[in-house]
Design a protein around this ligand. Structure first.
Ligand SMILES: Nc1ncnc2c1ncn2[C@@H]1O[C@H](COP(=O)(O)OP(=O)(O)OP(=O)(O)O)[C@@H](O)[C@H]1O
Length: 371
């Protein structure tokens, strides 16, 4: 049996052109390498799983002219990685400094990656400063951190700083589409989009979730239904239905839908925040400019646009206001179910755009109110 290789490893980019969503960094690094302007101390900051280690390895390969090797192994590329989260003592740093004294046996540069550098003890930082300030010509230090504010100023001032972005949902989705195709896995666009959303900007997380869903889904196909059930995410369809019921002032329908949601094991708070986010999406769809802020697939976008036609801005803002107050008071509430139900009842009493439609005789007047 062939060993399973997790997608995050299998699809680690081997060149800057394959890195997703960090063009500002990859372009600068490429130019710096070509023009020989690369510093010897670089600080890579940003959230986890967005490509810091990947870019460090690509850089190491490029400065040594090893691009053609197509390998991701650290040893082969003169890369030395130290995880400062678990090796943060002054002795760990002294060992590293001892190693730095020896020039590389092959290639031109030794590249040291110190991950989670903010975890180094003060003594370790101090022991490291001199080497960082006057490194041998063949040494490049790449310090990586998810918490730049914890890195002491004396280190910051000695480094070229690169701020990595959270990766956009659309970029993550495209990447997953490519990988699914490459693996011959049938995947629904909506499912991949949801995975991208859940990953919260971290491509590594997106790939791990993707692997998990492929493993558990029926017939190896990645469907929206399997994805929401695996990730325990509430189907967005409920939010569309509740909003319709609110617009129709149909309190009983709202309460029945909420009951079904609770039965599925979701809590009232998740529902409140999910509904508020849904209404925000409806709101941004009311304007041709802000619609670009909506990060959803085309099918769902069309549904939002339809609901945006039916709901006035005033109605949406009033409901969001009620939900936001309910959210703040949720934890303190003694009966949380009733608390959410009351928020729904209050929201269903706001005159909706549909009522306006019925009460206004002229189409022109309606247009003015709804906009
Ligand atoms: N920008 C990206 N483009 C393409 N793949 C990426 C990107 N970021 C992360 N990945 C994928 O996620 C994996 C892990 O990324 P990487 O180790 O570079 O993240 P990191 O930012 O160093 O995270 P950490 O801070 O947790 O060490 C990579 O092997 C790759 O498959």
């Amino acid at each position: 049996m062939e060993n399973f290789v997790v997608s995050a490893r299998k699809y680690r980019p081997l060149g800057f052109d394959e890195v997703v969503g960090q063009e500002h960094i990859t372009t600068t690094l490429k130019n710096a390498i070509e023009k020989n302007h690369l510093g010897q101390a670089l600080l890579f900051c940003g959230p986890r799983g967005v490509g810091k280690t990947t870019c460090a390895r690509i850089l190491a390969r490029m400065v040594n002219g090893f691009e053609a090797q197509g390998t991701d192994s650290s040893n082969a590329m003169n890369i030395y990685e130290l995880d400062a989260a678990s090796n943060n003592s002054v002795d760990d740093i002294r060992n590293l400094i001892d190693q730095v004294r020896f020039p590389p046996q092959h290639g031109k540069f030794k590249v040291y990656i110190i991950d989670e550098v903010h975890m180094l003890s003060t003594q370790a930082f101090n022991a490291f400063l001199k080497t960082l300030e006057e490194p041998p010509a063949y040494a490049i230090f790449i310090l990586a951190t998810t918490e730049k504010h914890k890195v002491i100023p004396t280190i910051l001032s000695r480094c070229q700083i690169f701020d990595f972005n959270r990766i956009q949902i659309s970029d993550i989705t495209h990447h997953l589409v490519r990988i699914a195709k490459n693996e011959g896995i049938e995947a629904e666009q909506e499912a991949l989009h949801l995975i991208a959303q859940k990953a919260d900007g971290a491509l590594r997380d997106a790939l791990s979730i993707f692997d998990l869903i492929v493993t558990f889904s029926s017939g190896g196909k990645v469907t929206y239904a399997d994805t929401i059930s695996n990730l325990h995410i509430l189907d967005y369809d409920y939010y569309f239905k509740v909003t319709d019921a609110l617009l129709q002032e149909n309190i009983s329908q709202c309460l029945l839908i909420f009951d079904e949601i609770l039965r599925q094991g979701f809590d009232g708070h998740q529902f409140l925040t999910g509904l508020a986010e849904h209404l925000r999406n409806v709101l941004v769809c009311k304007d041709a400019v802000t619609i670009s802020l909506l990060e959803v697939s085309d099918n769902v976008r069309a549904r939002y646009a339809e609901q945006a036609q039916a709901a006035s801005t005033g109605f949406l803002l009033s409901v969001m206001n009620i939900l936001s107050q309910a959210d703040v008071q949720y934890k303190a509430s003694k009966n949380q179910r009733l608390h959410v139900e009351m928020a729904l009842m209050k929201s269903a009493h706001i005159p909706s755009a549909m009522q306006l439609a019925a009460s206004l005789s002229s189409g022109e007047a309606l247009k003015k109110k709804v906009m």
